[in-house]
Design a protein around this ligand. Structure first.
Ligand code: NAD
Length: 671
C-alpha cells in the first residue's frame, strides 16, 4: 500500500469520526465549516470560539438561517434541521476546548496571532486531539513551528462557501504524522468532501491559482476596466475575478497572500498597489457582458491564460499537487469551467507557446514550463488508480456528477485495464466509486440529445458506449465491482459486466431509464437474464417500474456476492474476490435463456410517475427478443437497436426535455 492511497477510503482509519470539534474564529468561514460538519455528523458536539461575542451570536443565527432555508427547500427534514442546531455552543473562553478531539482554527490570517492561538490550544487539549488550521497561505511549518507536538497538526484549507464547496486541501508537511493525514482525508471523504493532498508551499495549490489570477486581473486595470476584464474572463470561469473579490471581500487577503509569495519567491508576485484603496469593484454580474475591443480582449485573455498556465506548470513541477487534483480543484473550488490542463490540451501547442512567451516578456519572473507541454498532460483525469496487494483498484472520481460515466472516463478505465492486463504482477482489477454516496450515477446525457430522431446514430452511440463492457466480457483477469453506494443506469450496466459484485450494506441499484422515456441499451435488458436467471422477475420490475434493488436483496438473489459495512472492508472483500477468481471466472451465458412472463401492470413507476406505453413496449420486446438470441453478442445488438428505436419516440423527446428543464415528464400526453 502507498503511504497515502489516491482513494482516501482505501485505508482503515486509526481513529473514529470526531465526537467534539471546536472551531476557533466565528467570522466568515469558521461557522460554515461548522455547519458542514454538523450537517454530515448530526450527533457531533460543536464549540465555536471567538474573542468577539457578537461574532458568535451572528454565527449561531447563521446556523438557524441555513437550517431554515434547507427545511424550506426540502433539503432537510424537520428532525435534521433541529439536529444540525443541537449540540452547538459558542464561547469566548478557550477553556471550552478542554475535551475536544479536533480543533480547527479559522481566525484572522496573521502568523503571530495563529501561533498565539495554537499555544493556547495546546495548553488546553489532550495529547491525542487533532489540531488543524484553515489558513489560506501560511505554511504549516511556520504556523506550527512552536508546537510541542506538531505531529498531530496540519492545515486543512476549505473554500467558500465551506458548507457546500466540496474541496478541502489537506497539507502533507514533514512533521505531520502519516496517520493524521490519512485520518483527515478519510473523515473528509466520508463526510462528502473532496480532500486534495497538497504540499506545504505558501498558498498551497489552489490559492496559488486563485490569488495570482485575481492579482493579474488587478494589474491589467491599466489596459481595461474591471467589468471588461470580468467579461473576458467569463470564457474560463463562471464568475469573473472582480465579481468574486467583491463577493468574498477578498482584496485584503490577496494583498496578504501575494505579499507572502513575493517575499518568499520573487517580486513578480507583488500584489497590485490598487487593492488597499478599493472597497468594491465596478463590475458586471455573471452572464452580463460589456463591450471590449478585439485588441483589449486579446491582451487580457493572453495574460489571464498565461498566468493560469504558468501557475499550473509550476504547481506540477514543484510537486505541490497532482494534475488530476489541480483540474478538479480549479473546477469545484474556484469555479473554472474547464481545468487549466484541459484548456492546455484543447488549444494548439503554438497558441500556448505564444501565450507563455508573451507572459515571459510582460511579466518577467513568472514560472515557465520545465518540460515539453505534452508531458504535463499525461495523466488520468477521472479515475484514481491504486495498487492493493497486486490488484489495481480503479476509483471513478467525478464527485460533481456522482461519478457518472462519460466518454473520457470510459476510455480512461479501459486504458488502465489495457495497461495492466498483461502485467504478471497484477492479478486483476476492482472498480469502485469515489466517496460514500455513489458508485456511479449512470451516464452523462452527453451527446444523446443530438441523436434524438436518428435511429442508426443512436444505436451506434450505444455500441460505442459499450466498448469497455465488451472488453470486460472477453477478459481473462477478473474485474470486481465494489459498489460503495448507488449504481444507476449505465453505472449498474458497468457493474453487471464485472465478473463479481460486492457492495456496501446501504448500496442500491436502479435502472431509471424508462422514467426518462428511454431504455438501458448497453446490457441491462440482456445481461441480468443470462447471468442471474433466478432474479429475472426482479429485473423485469427494475426495467419496467424503476424498482430499486437494495444490496441485501441483491445478496439474497445472488447478484451480489458479499456485503461490507465499511469502505475499507468493501475494498478488502473485493480484492479477496479478485484473488479467488484468479484461476478463472464464469462467463456470461452465451446461448438463449427462458424468461418468466411479464406481469400485467399499470404503466407507472415505483415512485408514481405515469410511464410511456411506447417505451415500455420497446423494453418488453427487446428483453424477449434478446433472451431468444443465439449468442450474447446478438442479444446485445438487439439492445443497441432498441436504444436507437427509443431515441426516435416522442417519449424520449419529452423525457430528455423534461430532464433538461428539471420538471416531471408528461408521458400521458405523448404516449
Ligand atoms: P474573518 O476576519 O471573517 O474572521 C476571523 C474571526 O477570527 C473573527 O470573528 C475574529 O473575531 C476572530 N478572532 C480573531 N482573533 C481571535 C482569537 N485570538 N481567538 C478567537 N477568535 C479570534 O476571517 P475569515 O475570512 O473567516 O478567515 C479565517 C481564516 O480562514 C483565515 O486564515 C483565512 O485566510 C482563512 N480562509 C478564509 C476563507 C474565506 O472564504 N473567508 C477561505 C479559505 C481560508
Amino acid at each position: 500500500m502507498l503511504k497515502h492511497p489516491n482513494n482516501p477510503l482505501l485505508q482503515t482509519p486509526t481513529r473514529p469520526l470526531p465526537r467534539h470539534v471546536a472551531i476557533i474564529g466565528a467570522g466568515s468561514i469558521g461557522p460554515d465549516i461548522g455547519y458542514y460538519l454538523k450537517s454530515a455528523l448530526p450527533a457531533l458536539q460543536l464549540t465555536l470560539i471567538d474573542i468577539d461575542q457578537g461574532a458568535i451570536d451572528a454565527a449561531l443565527k447563521r446556523f438557524a438561517d441555513y437550517a431554515k432555508k434547507a427545511l424550506a427547500k426540502g433539503k432537510m427534514s424537520e428532525a435534521q434541521a433541529a439536529a444540525v442546531q443541537q449540540g452547538v455552543q459558542g464561547s469566548t473562553d478557550y477553556d471550552a476546548l478542554k475535551d475536544c478531539d479536533w480543533v480547527i482554527e479559522a481566525a484572522t490570517e496573521n502568523l503571530a496571532l495563529k501561533r498565539r492561538i495554537f499555544a493556547q490550544v495546546e495548553a488546553r487539549v489532550g495529547l491525542d486531539a487533532v489540531i488543524t488550521s484553515n489558513t489560506s497561505s501560511l505554511p504549516a511549518s511556520r504556523i506550527f513551528a512552536e508546537l510541542k507536538n506538531p505531529e498531530r497538526a496540519t492545515v486543512t484549507h476549505f473554500f467558500a462557501p465551506a458548507w457546500r464547496n466540496p474541496a478541502v486541501e489537506v497539507i502533507d508537511w514533514p512533521h505531520a504524522a502519516p496517520e493524521l493525514v490519512a485520518w483527515l482525508r478519510w473523515v473528509f471523504c466520508t463526510t462528502g468532501k473532496v480532500p486534495l493532498l497538497t504540499s506545504d508551499a505558501p498558498c498551497f495549490m489552489l490559492d496559488r491559482i486563485f490569488d495570482n489570477w485575481c492579482n493579474e486581473a488587478a494589474l491589467l486595470l491599466d489596459c481595461a476596466t474591471a467589468a471588461q476584464i470580468d467579461t473576458v474572463a467569463a470564457e474560463f470561469v463562471h464568475a469573473g475575478p472582480f465579481f468574486v473579490l467583491n463577493l468574498a471581500r477578498g482584496n485584503p487577503i490577496i494583498t496578504e497572500t501575494n505579499t507572502l509569495q513575493a517575499d518568499e519567491e520573487g517580486e513578480h508576485y507583488r500584489p497590485a498597489p490598487i487593492f488597499p484603496s478599493v472597497d468594491q469593484w465596478l463590475t458586471v454580474a455573471p452572464g452580463q457582458r460589456v463591450d471590449v475591443s478585439a485588441e483589449t480582449t486579446r491582451a487580457v485573455r493572453d495574460r489571464l491564460l498565461g498566468v493560469l498556465l504558468s501557475q499550473s506548470v509550476d504547481i506540477l513541477d514543484r510537486g505541490i499537487g497532482t494534475p488530476a487534483d489541480l483540474e478538479l480543484g480549479c473546477c469545484t473550488a474556484l469555479g473554472f469551467k474547464r481545468g487549466p490542463l484541459t484548456l492546455l490540451r484543447d488549444m494548439p501547442e503554438a497558441h500556448a507557446q505564444r501565450i507563455l512567451k508573451r507572459l515571459a516578456l510582460e511579466r518577467p519572473g513568472m514560472p515557465m514550463p520545465k518540460r515539453a507541454l505534452a508531458d504535463y498532460l499525461n495523466f488520468e483525469r477521472h479515475v484514481l488508480v491504486d495498487d492493493v496487494q497486486g490488484v489495481k483498484v480503479i476509483t471513478l472520481r467525478r464527485p460533481e456528477a456522482l461519478n457518472a460515466l462519460h466518454d473520457e472516463m470510459t476510455d480512461e478505465i479501459l486504458a488502465v485495464i489495457r495497461r495492466f492486463e498483461d502485467d504478471p504482477a497484477v492479478s486483476g482489477f476492482v472498480i469502485t466509486g469515489y466517496g460514500t454516496r455513489a458508485f456511479c450515477a449512470g451516464a452523462d446525457i452527453g451527446r444523446f440529445p443530438d441523436l434524438l430522431g436518428d435511429k442508426a446514430a443512436a444505436a451506434q452511440y450505444a455500441r460505442d458506449c459499450s466498448r469497455l463492457l465488451v472488453h470486460l466480457d472477453a477478459m481473462h483477469k477478473p474485474v470486481v465491482a465494489a459498489l460503495n453506494g448507488m449504481a444507476l443506469g449505465g453505472g449498474f450496466e458497468l457493474a453487471m459486466r464485472c465478473h463479481a459484485l460486492v457492495a456496501m450494506e446501504q448500496a442500491w441499484m436502479q435502472l431509471p431509464e424508462v422514467s426518462l422515456g428511454i431504455l438501458p441499451g448497453i446490457g441491462a435488458m440482456v445481461v441480468p437474464y443470462r447471468r442471474w436467471p433466478q432474479a429475472a422477475a426482479t429485473f423485469h420490475a427494475m426495467l419496467r417500474r424503476c424498482d430499486k434493488l437494495k444490496a441485501k436483496q441483491a445478496l439474497a438473489l445472488g447478484v451480489v456476492d458479499a456485503l461490507a459495512s465499511s469502505p475499507a472492508e468493501l475494498i478488502a472483500t473485493a480484492v479477496a474476490r479478485v484473488q479467488a477468481l484468479a484461476s478463472g471466472h464464469a462467463r456470461i451465458q452465451h446461448g438463449p435463456v427462458t424468461l418468466p412472463a411479464f406481469d400485467s401492470m399499470a404503466p407507472q413507476s415505483a415512485h408514481g410517475l405515469a410511464l410511456s406505453p411506447t417505451t415500455l413496449g420497446l423494453i418488453e420486446r427487446a428483453v424477449q427478443e434478446a433472451a431468444q438470441a443465439p449468442s450474447l453478442s446478438a442479444a446485445l445488438e438487439i439492445g443497441y437497436l432498441a436504444f436507437g428505436e427509443a431515441a426516435c419516440t416522442a417519449a424520449a423527446r419529452e423525457g430528455i426535455a423534461a430532464f433538461g428543464e428539471k420538471r416531471a415528464p408528461d408521458f400521458v400526453r405523448v404516449g
